[in-house]
Write a protein of this length. Structure first.
Length: 165
């Protein structure tokens, strides 16, 4: 039973790996997913419906199948937008160090200190996500922050908003 589900999941991730390595635009990704991922998802849904009838609803497998079917519309949402990822692994991986350090944040001293830590952490993670070297990015914004006056000045300091970054 589980190996059948994993077969479909492996196929979907193999398609995503080719997409990720192909340098496609969001529009192209949408088309590829409609052509390749959607048929796999359709087959997977049929398989789940069949397995739902063959498993006990109170058992672990029955609960897993029921949960998957109940969340189906969310599970397949990524194929409708080429900007979306098949999973949220990137987000989870970027917050993992923060979660692991959660007890350390208790010693920020004040709520303002905790907020400053969270802000700094956010800037570092955004820089990493934009393939910037975090230390150089922080130096860049701290050098220019005192000169910022308007909202546009502040927005220009964000990664991706400034051609220099």
């Amino acid at each position: 039973m589980v190996s059948g589900a994993l077969t479909y999941i492996r196929k979907l991730y193999a398609i995503e790996k080719k997409i990720r390595n192909g340098g496609y635009s969001p529009e192209q990704i949408y088309e590829i997913r409609q052509a390749k991922s959607k048929p796999v998802l359709d087959d997977f849904e049929k398989w789940l419906k069949k397995k739902r009838k063959q498993t006990l609803p109170k058992g672990l497998l029955g609960k897993a199948v029921a949960y998957t079917m109940n969340q189906w519309h969310r599970l397949i949402g990524y194929i409708e937008d080429g900007n979306l990822s098949i999973d949220n692994n990137m987000a989870e991986n970027s917050i993992r160090p923060f979660v692991l350090g959660r007890k350390n944040w208790l010693f920020s001293g004040t709520p303002e200190g905790a907020e400053a830590s969270a802000l700094l952490y956010t800037l570092i993670e955004i820089a990493k996500a934009k393939n910037l070297e975090p230390w150089a990015y922080l130096q860049y914004i701290f050098d220019r922050l005192p000169l910022a006056v308007t909202l546009e000045d502040y927005e220009a300091l964000l990664p991706g908003c400034n051609p220099i970054l």
